[in-house]
Design a protein around this ligand. Sequence first.
Ligand code: AMP
Ligand code: ZN
Length: 494
Amino acid sequence: MQLYQNQDLKIYNSLSGKKETFTPINEGYIGMYVCGPTVYSNVHLGNVRTFMSFDIIFRYFKHLGYKVRYVRNITDAGHLENDADEGEDRIAKKARLEQIEPMEVVQMYTVDFHNTLNKFNFLPPSIEPTATGHIIEQIEIIKDILDKGFAYEINGSVYFDVLKFNETNNYGKLSGRNVEDLIHNTRALDGQSDKKNPQDFALWKKAEPQHIMRWPSPWSDGFPGWHLECTAMSTKYLGEQFDIHGGGMDLKFPHHECEIAQAEASNGVSPVNTWMHANMLTLNGQKMAKSTGNFILPNDFFTGENEHLSKPFSASVVRFFMLQAHYRSILDFSNDALLASEKGFNKLMDTINILPKLQVSNITTFDVEAWKTNCYNAMNDDFNTPILIAELFSAVKFINQVKDGKASVTQKDLEVLTKVIHDFVFDVLGLQNVDSCNDDGSEKLSDAVEVLIKMRAEARANKDFALSDKIRDELLAVGIQLKDGKDGTTFSTN
Ligand code: AMP
Ligand code: ZN
């Protein structure tokens, strides 16, 4: 018997605009696809928020006992500067500016992406496919869509025919737009484009002579349109119909709308049962985005060196801050909110640390079973992490009352309490407690940190600042802060 068999999990489906009871296509198994990053620059905290929302969802599914195939791609070709199929490829542009190979850009920022997510304690997806690794699959889908009459070739490029598709299908059903409004609101083609209609989107684009990221195809040497990679990779690894597709809210249109159109045109069926969209992280009330310069890089939290931060913060505190908002709500970043989260996080960890030392008695003055049900109900209600955290704090209050002799708990209830707290705090929310070792463990931790402090001093003496900074930053990422003073380096945990 798996936990999921007793739970009524409801998920908000962007396609229906409602919370729906979640039933996977194959009992016990879940297929989930999430659009990954375009690896042309460092991920910012906004990107981290969206991926974190899906990390929590993945973790909760696993906790419930589902076997999950979680596919999160890497976009390493085809994403142009502008969503209307115009401009340079983002990766090729970066390569041109830096005078390096496009694949060097891809490698550099894929590594950065993985390092960042590791610091925030993300679980790796089951498959992480790349767009360039699936050019053949993308070409096959284009052939299929052409054969079915939903696309046209012109001057070596292939475009999806939105008006033709809309005669038999419903283009715009996810984003709530209709083709008439789109026609009305889209500016007319400027004569430069080969498209029949401005709503059409590229499946394949012929490469201009200077465009270096190119592959042979039946139509031209060129490259696939951005939306196509996700259709190719989700179909390949999860099938023509799968359970969940996610991404940031800003991908709903045109990216996800176009994915639906491509899959329906090619396979004749709607590809996804539940569409999930995570909301944006804002800074000063504006969306965090690289293009506007309104962003914070994750590493800045570990050093505290950023105009928006008063001090360094550990990865778990930043994680905790983000989980205090529901994934479908906008979250505005502020240093004050982060300081408040740090207080709350420390209180939670301090309480977890006293659990093994609590005195037990023969009655419990707290309804542990009802509280446990409330924790599951919070997550079953569209992954409501803020409500879950509020529930965890009602346990924190009770545990501290027991410690102060104002409440009591039996051995059995203490075991349940401890297990449920550990399950939710560490396994589901993915928080980390660096102080949770026993006394012997803390001593060992302290010895190990001293070894690293020594290595860092040696690296500095050898002017290997890359290594010395790495030691400092990686320790900070796990909540250990080094402080350089005139008597040497000390450390503190938070
Ligand atoms: P990109 O690399 O631009 O394709 O973005 C990767 C993911 O981050 C996408 O799912 C975006 O929707 C998401 N994203 C971008 N900006 C933000 C933001 N400010 N807050 C939350 N998610 C974001
Ligand atoms: Zn995608």
